[in-house]
Structures are given as C-alpha cells and as structure tokens.
Design a protein. Sequence first.
Length: 237
Amino acid sequence: MTTLTRSRILIVEDERAVARGLEYALDSEGFEVFWAKTGQEALALTYSEHPDAILLDIRLPDISGLDVCRRLRADGKRQPILMLTARDEEVDKVLGLELGADDYIVKPYSLREVISRVRAQLRRAYGELAASADDNQQLRFGDLSLDLSRLEVEHKGRLVELTPTEFRLLHYLARHPGQPLSRSQMIEAVWGYDSDLGYDRTVDVHMRRLRQKLEDDPANPRRFITVRGIGYKFQPE
Ligand code: CA
C-alpha cells in the first residue's frame, strides 16, 4: 500500500442508507469503495476486486456475515475483516472474532470511528510488518518459526494459516519472550487502539485461536501462558 494507490474497501451491508453513508465517508477520505448488498455478492466481489479491507455486516438477507467471514478465511483470504454488529449481538461479536474477523464495530457507530478503525487495520496489516521485516526475516522458537517477509508461520514443519491479526499478535508476543504482557499493552500494540475498556475479550479470543493453531494441547498450553491478573506471556521453549 503506497500513497499512490488508493486502498480498496468492500462494504457489505444490505441497508442502502447505511451503505451510502459509509460509502460517502470512505470515498471522501480517498478510499476506493465497493458495495455488496448480500453475502453472495460479498464473496464474488472479494474474488473479483481484491479489496484491502472488508466492512462486514452480520445481518444480511442471504448467508450471514459470519458465514461470509468463515468462507473467506477457509479460502485463505487474509485481508482485514471488520464486523459491523448491533449492541445486543454480544454472541455474534465473539463468534465473528473466532471465525477470523480482526475487529468489530458496534452500531450505532460514528463514521469517524469507522474511518479510524479501517485506517488502523490497513496500517497494521500492510504497513508496519512489512517495514519491520528488513531487520530480521525469521524468528525461530523450537518447532515454531515466523517468516516476517512472507508473513508465514511454520509449526512442526507444516504451514499454519493465520489471519493478519493473529500473525501480528504472535509477532508481538514473540518479540517479548518470557515477558508478561497485559491485555491493554497487547491491544495498543496489535490493534493500535487506546486501551479503553471492552477489548479484553478480543485479546482472549485471539489468544485462544493461537493456542488452537499452535499448541499440541490447547487446553494445557506450554507456549501461550496465561498470567493471572495481568494477561499473557510467550514461553519460547
Ligand atoms: Ca443488515
């Protein structure tokens, strides 16, 4: 992503008025915007237009936003996905993160908030890791290795699919081996948000996913350790 290329954002939202508001706000900030009214259109546009990020409403007329998210991740699509959820959809929020969404935005939201969340995700996904890849291409901890230039993770000789957020979280942990990290430190470093209330679940869900993907026994983690009253630490061996 350079300043010469406009970032491409896919809005998935069946309510025309809501979609138009988002479209107008993103367009006036210089983004190139695509609009899908249904889940099927969202899948088709993701494959044809390769958006850099996806704003994904959960309640859609055909397949749900959760299914769209699940399918894209199952197909190896790694662009940031921001779920749009209503305040009373607590279950959906957590489920969305578990299915591979990077973040969620609770309705009613301000357009300013949406723009800043989208920018944060784009910056995190395409800017900072690429820049940091120069100094050290590979991090290796026993049977786990991170390739920072390819954004790939190998565990026991096998390539493991991580979302961009999972990769950044792992990278952050791996850069602080053995050091207890609080959830708010993790939120600031990985998501780029001020550590106000309400994001602890986001961290916990992502840590659970890392354990599922990279621990032999996710219920008895040896690598991603809970530090009671603080957060987590990465145990290198
Ligand atoms: Ca809707």
